[in-house]
Design a protein around this ligand. Structure first.
Ligand code: NAI
Ligand code: MG
Length: 485
């Protein structure tokens, strides 16, 4: 069977050079190849970076009137909405996420362009009183070429999370999507240029992390690096960026807790807990993969969570299933490895949901929603990110123990608190080491207005919101002198 090549997107054009090496694109629901990616190397990365830098230096983007730059981003947002079904189908097929979730991701993607499009002409500098005879003002300038290393779990929406503010601030972008899911990002580049983005403002080079990704981070004309993915790769990227003193933004996942107290609305808590860990088959950086529950309600809450898990229908992501497969055979194997050690460590495991019946999906990378009970801090599954639909449950006796368990982690991305006691919620919101806290409700994607990012090994710098825009600017201070008597 001959498969079509997905081009790389350089200087406003799709380039599908048949002579370049390729990587098979696998549909995770069937385990079958559906397309081929170009295996970009240093030469393709260099062409993309040169194009971005050239565009950065012309009048085409950063020197354009701010209102006009904002309007182009708003047009991109409209074009994304107009292509919702097309983009959602690509994302759902490539990543394996249910089409309804992929549609949500497309809407979030459009929101990023809308939100940051509206911000272009509203981010102001300051004037600073220094002394009589001088006036100081600050300018917020773009860095130049922004490198975006994007993971496979939310290629479109996480891509837009960095690309939209980088562009809004006047930077030009080279993105390297993950080898496991690149289809939607190349399409986003095409749509953005058709909507009026100048050639070179946003390039996409597909390929492996060690090849195209590393070449991009190391490129001397790249001025800023944004990365979302694993701690190990984040650390490697920091080291590479250090060689040329590039600022980096890292979002490295988590092992976030949901903490449920005895006074909480248990039905609401159970629904949220089950929904969040099943979303995108548990492959969400800010999912809550640890459940910390008050001993006195442990059994009642767990029963409600299990009932929800039992209802999950796994199947064809395009066909209305509640949960699709995980991204790859490698990811499935890694998850099963975690489950085996959990049982050896002494956790009790139960597996739930309805596996797909369709014989076409027989080889797909499906993993059942799984609960690990009696998980203790010394267990591997308490500490490490599993990135699958697996909930690790531990119980606590009082608030102090809940806080200790919550903070007993190398990560600090998110936390959920379920309680009706307002004072306790405020106290815990201060005590818990995480970049984002949810009280009595939970959001994972969406909310582009709210700053997002981690503490500890979950990374640093914030994306989304106004901070997400400022992240793509550097402050310049200008002092004017005037003669005085
Ligand atoms: P990864 O961190 O290796 O990959 C993420 C991105 O980095 C991909 O685009 C990849 O091509 C690129 N990359 C890899 N090595 C690179 C290098 N040396 N230089 C530049 N770019 C490089 O993650 P992987 O292997 O796909 O998944 C492993 C685990 O990472 C998952 O099980 C999960 O725990 C975590 N992860 C967390 C994510 C998050 O949302 N925070 C997203 C994806 C993975
Ligand atoms: Mg794929």
């Amino acid at each position: 069977m001959s498969l079509e090549n997905l081009g790389i997107f350089i200087d406003g054009q799709v380039m599908a050079d048949a002579n370049l090496a390729t990587i098979d694109v696998i549909n995770p629901a069937t385990a079958r190849p559906i397309k081929r990616l170009i295996r970009g190397q240093a030469a393709e990365v260099d062409a993309a970076v040169q194009s971005a830098r050239k565009t950065f230096e012309t009048k085409a983007w950063r020197r354009m009137p701010t209102a006009q730059r904002g309007q182009i981003l708003l047009k991109i947002s409209e074009a994304i909405r107009a292509n919702e079904e097309h983009l959602a189908t690509l994302e759902s097929t490539d990543v394996g996420k249910p089409i309804a979730q992929a549609r949500n991701d497309v809407r979030t993607t459009a929101r990023y362009f809308e939100y940051y499009g509206g911000m272009v002409d509203k981010v102001l500098g300051t004037t600073i009183p220094v002394r009589w005879g001088a006036l100081d003002m600050t300018l917020r300038e773009p860095y130049g070429v922004s490198a975006q290393i994007i993971p496979w779990n939310y290629p479109l929406s996480m891509g837009a999370r960095g690309i939209a503010p980088a562009l809004a601030a006047g930077n030009c972008v080279v993105a390297k999507p993950a080898e496991d899911a690149s289809l939607s990002l190349v399409e986003l580049a095409r749509i953005a240029h058709a909507a009026g983005l100048p050639a070179g403002a946003f390039n996409v080079v597909t390929g492996y992390g060690q090849e195209a990704g590393a070449a991009l981070v190391r490129h001397p004309l790249v001025s800023h690096v944004t990365f979302t993915g694993s701690v190990a790769t984040g650390s490697a990227i920091m080291k590479m960026a250090a060689e040329t003193i590039k600022p980096v933004s890292l979002e490295l996942g988590g092992k976030s807790p949901n903490i449920v107290f005895a006074d909480a609305d248990l039905a609401a808590a159970a629904a949220q807990i089950a929904r969040v860990i099943v979303l995108n088959s548990g492959q969400t950086c800010n999912t809550c993969s640890r459940l910390l529950v008050d001993k006195s309600i442990h059994d009642t809450l767990l029963e409600q969570v299990l009932t929800k898990f039992d209802q999950v229908r796994m199947g064809d992501p395009l066909g209305g299933a509640d949960m699709g497969p995980v991204i790859s055979a490698k990811q499935k194997k890694a998850i099963e490895g975690f489950l085996a050690t959990a049982e050896q460590d002494g956790a009790t495991m139960t597996r739930h949901g309805h596996p797909p019946e369709d014989s076409n999906l027989r080889d797909g990378f499906f993993v059942r929603p799984t609960v690990l009970n009696n998980v203790r801090p010394q267990h591997r599954v308490f500490r490490e990110e599993i990135f699958g639909p697996v909930l690790a449950v531990s119980s606590f006796s009082d608030e102090a123990e809940a806080v200790t368990l919550a903070n007993d982690s190398d990560y600090g991305l998110n936390a959920g608190i379920f309680t009706k006691d307002v004072e306790r919620a405020i106290r815990l919101a201060h005590e818990i080491q995480a970049g984002q806290i949810y009280v009595n409700g939970f959001g994972t994607g969406g909310s582009v207005e709210v700053p997002f990012g981690g503490m500890k090994k979950s990374g640093f710098n914030r994306e989304k919101g106004i901070e997400g825009f400022l992240n793509y600017t550097q402050t310049k201070s200008v002092t004017f002198h005037f003669k005085t008597e």
